[in-house]
Ligand binder design. Sequence first.
Ligand SMILES: O=C(O)CCC(=O)C(=O)O
Ligand SMILES: [Fe+2]
Length: 267
Amino acid sequence: MNNNPDHFIDLNAYPLTPSGTPEWHQLVNEHGQSLRENGASIMKGVIKEDILNRMTAEADSVVKQSYACRETHTPFLDHEDKSLPKDHPRRQLQATSLNSIPYDIISPSHALSQLYNWDPLKEFLSAVLGHKLYKMADPMAALTINVMGNEQNHGWHYDESQVTITLMIQKPDFGGIFECIPNLRHEDNDQYSKLADVLNGDEKGILSLPVEPGDILIFAGFYSLHRVTPTIGSKTRYVATLCYKDQPGVMNSPEVQQTFYGRVNQG
Ligand SMILES: O=C(O)CCC(=O)C(=O)O
Ligand SMILES: [Fe+2]
């Protein structure tokens, strides 16, 4: 099996290696501009179809070991602040139901792990973001596959990291749409008035991003409220999150690990 991610990618459309060529710089500028202007940029069809089939089979091979995360959380991913009025966004609990496959059960021989550890991807994303990125040191959260079967969903939230990178591996039959409100946290000066409207069902400003299998989404998840609508049908939705940080050695706390993976692994 060829484990060099050079072969995972259509290098004509996405000249990620060698770095520093005029085509590489053009790609960096294109995605950097889209991220700054829209809070998101999609690398459409970057991973080849046969590699997606391999990633799906490799996810299927470990999915039985995934952790069933059934959570309620505020949009800030924390617990309810009961000192606030009942209708405050920090008291509007969102339900999330998904299974997570952490990095420590993904084999290093799996295509997804090879891609995550491929330096040209990290170098390209660093250039898009304008600062050096490091692989996260967390043995579970560095690379996770979010698994959604029939009628699972991810409630409205902001991410803890400034930027999130996801790869859609397999799409469900219906639903499982990634919806977001770009830069809501920036624009909603007090952070709560527009947010409260959305949590109360106001659909104004909600975008559905056209993410398809093979697409890498670069997304300013700390500023842009987002959710995944309920999945429908027997085909599992697999979306990987690739975590890179702006400093080396970053780990999640034991509490956060326990919540998302049902156990603690501090390495
Ligand atoms: O499943 C997705 O498309 C997005 C996942 C997400 O928002 C997250 O893991 O924080
Ligand atoms: Fe998120």
